[in-house]
Design a protein around this ligand. Structure first.
Ligand SMILES: Cc1ncc(COP(=O)(O)O)c(C=O)c1O
Length: 415
């Protein structure tokens, strides 16, 4: 039957995080036997409960209001759209009309559908529409573009360019390498970044806006981690704080990371009216919106004191988790003082010990030996090879145990 699939999914693999999970499940019994029950530090999914207020309200709403079980609208209930308007204004000074906002079943869904809306599917390399993507970057971008018949062009994020490469230069390089500049449809920026945790200044986002305006390119800003900037650090910016952003940009937000609601599947897109509008038209043919009680609770939490307090506490907790890991990896020989340690997100991005040839060789060995589930750097793009990502999402004791296991099992960084 495979021959009946379209060209774009012929070679599609299951998303890396689910593959890693599957492999771990297969090894679980063996690992339990040697006292190495898997500790998952792979997915970017905080394990603590969402705000208590949200859980209480959800059960209350479901119990007391029988009329909320019908289809919502794809755009989102008015209460949610208004709450988003208020949050965008209060947090980022962005004045948005209702037509400039659209609800999402998680930001992943929104980004994937938006990419589908802009790529003209092609099979020949030279005919493909191009989307410039951060590398290392969110593992899904490349695959989303592939299934939409487009081509993802890597923008290298390196220590040397301070994880904020000169986009104009990358654009020139693309042309020098033989790609057709006219095929570039969009640029994706993602700050704070997954997997590096790197942030950027507002000026950098402004440069991205100006670049896109100059070349008539769409700016896709993925703001999934915008709420997870550490205390005392410069806060992450929304692209909609930049001048002229609404002419070219669409920005994607998520409830997943700030409120530990990854399973609720709630997010939104906002920005340029036409860009948001086409996403809406496309989605209205594909899905029928989000379960109304989830939208109501989402709306209530967005501008609430409980929600804000929860985010503040999470930032603090993630900082503590990061400290446990950096201290531990330093003891294991990693040159933590000279590595980039993020001031946002819950990720840590470290080099593999030199005795391993590839990231996968290292993460597989750690999984099989110690039951610690990590993600190999090459999952995030070609510039990620030689590195691995740790998602500091589990409890503090578990993180201590990870370090202890690695010590006991001989995983040291030795030159
Ligand atoms: C950079 C980035 N964008 C988007 C998402 C998707 O988040 P969600 O679909 O849960 O909103 C993730 C999830 O890990 C991510 O890391």
């Amino acid at each position: 039957m495979k021959e009946l699939f379209n060209d774009y999914v012929q070679n599609l693999e299951t998303y890396i995080m689910f593959r890693i999970k599957q492999k771990t499940v297969e090894l679980t019994q063996e690992l339990i036997k040697k006292d190495r029950t898997p500790i998952y530090l792979s997915m970017g999914a905080p394990v603590q409960a969402p705000p208590k207020y949200a859980i209480d309200r959800l059960s209350e709403i479901i119990k007391t209001n029988p009329s909320l079980h019908t289809y919502s609208t794809p755009k989102g209930e008015n209460i949610l759209i208004e709450a988003i308007q208020k949050r965008m204004k209060n947090k980022y000074g962005a004045e948005l009309e209702k037509e400039e906002i659209f609800s999402l079943i998680g930001s992943k869904e929104g980004i994937a559908n938006f990419i589908r809306a802009i790529c003209n599917p092609a099979t020949k390399e030279e005919e493909k529409d191009i989307i410039m993507i951060p590398d290392p970057g969110y593992a899904s971008y490349g695959e989303m573009i592939k299934v939409s018949g487009g081509l993802g062009y890597s923008i290298p994020l390196t220590k040397e360019n301070n994880y904020t490469p000169n986009i104009e230069e990358v654009y020139k390089k693309l042309e020098k390498e033989g790609y057709n500049k006219k095929k570039v449809k969009a640029l994706i920026v993602n700050y704070p970044n997954n997997p590096l945790g790197a942030t950027c200044k507002k000026e950098y986002l402004q440069q991205a806006v100006d670049f896109c305006k100059r070349h008539n390119i769409i700016l896709i800003s993925d703001a999934a981690y915008i709420d997870i900037g550490f205390e005392g650090e410069e806060r992450p910016y929304s692209v909609l704080e930049c001048e002229g952003a609404k002419e070219v940009a669409i920005e994607f937000f998520s409830f997943s990371k700030p409120y530990a609601m990854t399973g609720w599947r709630l997010g939104w897109a906002c920005g340029n009216k036409e860009l948001v509008g086409i996403l809406g038209k496309l989605k209205s043919t594909i899905d029928s919106g989000i379960f109304k009680p989830l939208q109501i609770v989402g709306a209530e939490i967005l501008n609430s004191a409980e929600g804000d307090a929860y985010i503040m506490q999470s930032r603090h907790n993630f900082q503590i988790k990061q400290n446990i890991l950096t201290k531990g990896f330093k003891e294991l020989g990693w040159d933590i003082d000279n590595l980039f340690i993020p001031t946002a997100t819950f990720y840590l991005w470290l080099p593999i010990p030199p005795r391993y040839k590839t990231s996968e060789e290292f993460t597989n060995d750690v999984l099989k030996t110690s039951g610690v589930v990590l993600v190999p750097g090459n999952a995030f793009g070609k510039y990620g090879e030689g590195w691995f990502r740790i998602s500091a999402v589990s409890g503090n004791e578990k993180l201590q145990e990870v370090i202890q296991r690695l010590k006991t099992d001989g995983f040291r960084f030795e030159k």
